[in-house]
Design a protein. Structure first.
Lengths: 252, 307, 333
């Protein structure tokens, strides 16, 4: 589904992505973990087209992704969600989702089609809200949602694009335990239809969802394996869990 | 021909210095305070009128010029406290409209007080002559003085911004407004200071321009818009960019007007060449800006801004 | 305070007033004000078109008068060549309204396309300054057109454009003609801002960065609305040239762009009826403030009414951002 080969990106002296190769297989949930500043979001941004890599290739669904401008990637089935919630604040929850449907149906430039008159779009949007547990908030303005609900809306907008591959950048960030659990269940229910690349700090979430895990440290992938194997991988323990221990000592 | 070229070169340099004096304040105020101030051109006009009036009162251009500083500073202070301060956290649209309102006020205010007839100032006696640069070529001393003043201001600004603690704060505040707040710098006082200093430069430029042009209502507006072009070319927030932009715009505008029609005359018949030449030269700086922005949408020396 | 629900009734009332206005003015023996009413209608077209950019898309364009000027110059130049019986780039001049007016719209749209394509590469304050500079550039271009009067502009010696049936040189007919065009444009904009495209514009205004990730390229959408707004301003300019039978670079001066922005903010940005009310009040002030000052014995302010208008504008910006619209309507939700 997604095949990254020898990808590199530097900002001045800092190498944020260091010769990364990574394959996400169709129908799997692939988790990308690593300490803060490892370059996870930078990698996601290159896949979604927000940043251009210095070298390397990304192939998605058989096509050269780097040749595709960022705004065309969602149309090809590659959709990302953001670590920092980014919705259309004055739109209702329903309209946020409807806007995505409009874009994916190539109806951006419809000057004479009244936005509120498209019943089919409205029904589709509401179906997605139903799935993501936001049905009761359809008429709420996005800016008035609670934080967890905004995160849910973020996922709903991503799903509205009917993605083949979903790039999730810390979907659980700032969520409470209950919210986090229901979102985990939601993602779990999508695993049959949607391939996912998941960046997440919450290890419970990662280990309960992921089919495969890659570990990114200082811009390098140091291991890619099944969850159980990652748990016992020495390099990972040293490089990744090790830094956690260091953090703990530092805090103590 | 070479003599004419040399003269126009100096003229361009001198226009560039005026533009720099106006642009410097504009770019500092925008870079540090994130304020777009259209009334900056009004401060230029106020400076010119203040110098004209005070020169007539005291009989000396130099005394008039010195005494105009507190006048301009007072105006700037009132503007900053009353109008600009409430605009800090407003969007650019509000800033544009409110300062546009200031322009209306000052333009009409000045024409109520002084009427529509322009005031004229003589070049001060001490600077009236010309300097013999080569045996056959001389250039007015007053214009050379203006170039010197511009360069001096540029040097002083460079020193303040690069070498002093205040300058460090200004640079920090331009790239990262949050950090400077976190450091506990008295940002309000610094804002006001920067605004007033920027206004003084504009007022100085206005005062100096008095003996060269007529002192009249709306005199600062063309210069203001050209200054926008300068700082857009140079990169908003950057003094170095403002200087470079101002010199470029000054030279392109002056040389374009002087030579473009002749240059086109080499290829076209005289009437067409004159027509197109006049059109092109009056648009040359804008064309220049467009070309710069096609290649560098944030100007030649963009100031990296932390989000 | 009315709510959004009363808008249709408000529209109806406004339309009724505009339709019967010539009778009222004639009855009140003030038929000279029909000319002012015509200006109002034309000005409103320009202001509404600018609000499509400022209010609906969040694009602070400071050069909108440029397109107004382009539309006017198309009318003026064609009239000039018709009068002189000369050609412009091989084309004959003409006064035929059915040719001139569509051409004015088209050419303003082309200018907007070129200017927009360049200006929209930049954002925020750069965009403000670029549009301002483009406006100035066209101003100086028109000034340098010596053949068309340069600084002084040119008169349309043969009167207004010619249409079948309608005699535009009759001032009441011309008023209704402008009113009809204004109405059509207003209805068009009303549909536009409620359309799917309008929804995209609103989304761009609120969160442009998010657009790419949902598959929308903001640049293209912004360019389209910039062209539509430019064409609208060009239409207004073409009507204004017909109205005054005079065209000059002054039409594109940057203060005219400022005036248009004032009208928009005065009426209420992000609304369609707001700019219309703004145009109404603006012209009312322009027309009557001098008279009022004269009556009050403040003749000094009569000529310089803007000295009062400047501070009023500042106060509106600082304290009444929702404009007249906000005074009359409370927005739902």
């Amino acid at each position: 589904m997604l095949d990254i080969q020898n990808l590199s990106k530097s900002f001045g002296a800092l190498t944020a992505t260091d010769n990364v190769s990574l394959t996400v297989k169709q129908g799997t949930i692939h988790a990308l973990i690593g300490p803060n500043g490892a370059g996870k979001t930078t990698l996601i941004s290159q896949i979604s087209g927000y940043l251009t890599p210095d070298s390397g290739t990304i192939t998605f669904d058989g096509q050269d992704l780097l040749a595709l401008p960022a705004h065309k990637r969602p149309h090809a089935g590659l959709v990302r969600s953001f670590q920092i919630t980014s919705v259309i604040p004055e739109f209702t929850v329903r309209d946020n989702v409807a806007l995505v449907l409009q874009s994916l149906n190539n109806q951006v430039f419809r000057i004479f089609a009244k936005a509120s008159a498209d019943r089919e779009e409205r029904a589709k949007a509401e179906a997605i809200l139903e799935r993501t547990g936001l049905a009761t908030e359809a008429d709420t303005r996005a800016q008035n949602l609670a934080h967890g609900q905004k995160r849910q809306l973020e996922i709903a907008m991503a799903l509205a694009a009917d993605p083949k591959l979903l790039l999730l950048d810390e979907p659980m960030a700032g969520m409470g335990v209950d919210e986090s659990r229901s979102l985990t269940d939601l993602l779990d229910s999508l695993r049959d239809t949607t391939t996912m690349l998941l960046v997440e700090h919450d290890m419970d979430v990662v280990f309960s969802l992921a089919d495969e895990i890659s570990v990114l440290v200082y811009g390098k992938i140091i291991a890619t394996d099944a969850p159980e194997a990652i748990r016992t991988n020495r390099d990972v323990q040293e490089a990744y869990l090790g830094t956690h221990e260091l953090h703990d000592e530092g805090a103590a | 021909m070479t003599q004419l070229f040399f003269e126009q070169l100096l003229n361009g340099l001198q226009l560039g210095m005026f533009l720099f004096l106006v642009s410097a304040g504009l770019t500092l105020v925008f870079g540090f305070m994130n304020i777009i101030n259209l009334a900056h051109g009004s401060l230029f006009m106020i400076g010119a009128y203040a110098v004209a009036v005070l020169t007539n009162l005291t009989g000396s251009f130099f005394v008039g010029l010195i005494l105009s500083f507190p006048v301009v500073a007072a105006f700037a202070l009132v503007i900053e406290l009353l109008i600009i301060r409430p605009l800090y956290h407003r969007d650019h649209l509000d800033q544009v409209l409110a300062t546009f309102g200031l322009i209306l006020f000052f333009n009409e205010g000045v024409s109520i007080v002084f009427g529509r007839t322009p005031l004229f100032l003589n070049v001060p006696e001490a600077l009236s002559g010309a300097i013999q640069i080569t045996e056959t070529f001389s250039y007015p001393l007053y214009r050379i003085t203006i170039i010197a003043v511009g360069l001096m201001v540029a040097a002083i600004l460079w020193f303040i911004i690069v070498k002093t603690r205040t300058g460090m704060r200004i640079r920090a505040g331009t790239t990262n407004p949050e950090m400077i707040r976190a450091l506990g710098v008295n940002i309000q006082a610094l804002n006001t200071t920067i605004f007033v200093v920027g206004a003084l430069f504009a007022g100085l430029a206005g005062g100096l321009s008095g003996p060269l042009t007529s002192v009249e209502v709306g005199m600062g507006e063309n210069l203001l818009i050209l200054s926008f072009v300068c700082i857009v070319i140079g990169g908003i927030g950057s003094i170095r960019g403002a200087l470079l932009g101002a010199l470029t715009v000054g030279l392109v505008d002056t040389l374009g007007r002087a030579f473009l029609p002749d240059l086109l005359g080499q290829f076209l018949d005289p009437a067409t060449a004159n027509g197109i030449g006049a059109a092109l030269s009056s648009m040359s700086v804008y064309l220049l800006m467009i070309i710069v922005l096609i290649f560098k949408p944030t100007g030649l020396f963009p100031v990296a801004r932390a989000a | 305070m009315l709510s959004d629900k009363h808008l249709p009734a408000f529209y109806g009332l406004g339309a009724l007033i505009l339709v019967v206005l010539p009778w009222i003015l004639t009855a009140a023996d003030s038929s000279y004000l029909i000319s002012t009413a015509t200006r109002l209608v034309i000005f409103a077209i320009g202001a509404v078109s600018l609000d499509l950019l400022i209010g609906y898309t969040g694009l602070v364009s400071f050069g909108h008068a440029a397109f107004f000027g382009v539309g006017a110059y198309v009318v003026g130049i064609l009239a000039f060549h018709n009068f002189e019986e000369t050609t412009f780039l091989g084309f004959d001049g003409t006064l035929t309204g059915l040719v001139v007016l569509p051409l004015a719209i088209l050419i303003s749209a082309v200018f907007a396309l070129i200017i927009g394509a360049l200006a929209l590469r930049t954002k925020s304050v750069y965009f403000i300054m670029i549009t301002l500079s483009f406006g100035q550039m066209l101003f100086f271009l028109f000034v340098s057109l010596e053949a068309y009067g340069g600084d002084d502009g040119m008169m349309m010696f043969e009167g207004r454009n010619v249409l079948p049936i309608l005699d535009l040189n009759d001032r009441i007919t011309f008023y209704y003609f402008c009113l009809a065009i204004f109405t059509a444009f207003f209805v068009f904009c009303h549909r536009l801002v409620r359309s799917k495209f309008g929804r995209v514009l609103a989304a761009i205004r609120q969160n442009e960065d998010r657009m790419t990730s949902i598959g929308i390229r903001p640049y293209t959408a912004k360019l389209l609305i910039f062209v539509i707004a430019g064409a609208g301003a060009g239409l207004a300019g073409a009507l204004m040239a017909n109205h005054t039978e005079f065209v000059s670079p002054g039409l594109t001066h940057w203060t005219k762009s400022g005036d248009l922005m004032i009208v928009v903010i005065l009426g209420g940005i992000g609304t369609l009826i707001g700019p219309v009310m703004g145009a109404f009040v603006f012209l009312l002030l322009e027309e009557f403030l001098p008279i009022i000052f004269h009556e009050l014995g403040m003749d000094l302010l009569k000529e310089h009414w803007r000295v009062v208008f400047g501070p009023i504008l500042i106060l509106i910006v600082l304290f009444a951002k929702t404009g007249l619209y906000g005074l009359i309507f409370r927005r739902e939700g």
